[in-house]
Design a protein around this ligand. Sequence first.
Ligand code: FES
Length: 64
Amino acid sequence: MDENKEFRPEAEVEILESGPLRISGNFILKDLKRGDESAPGEVFLCRCGKSNNKPFCDDSHKNK
Ligand code: FES
């Protein structure tokens, strides 16, 4: 990524290898199904589909 001193992101999304999306920073997480809204600061969202606690990662992706 080019260095841009004007760009100040408030949140960061990391795609963890063979694992979840890690989102950290200043953001709002809206769970429309549960009618819940929070500012957790950091979440790990499942992208493998195996979690028993979706949308959050519960480390089930580690089980082969
Ligand atoms: S990415 Fe961890 S349980 Fe799906």
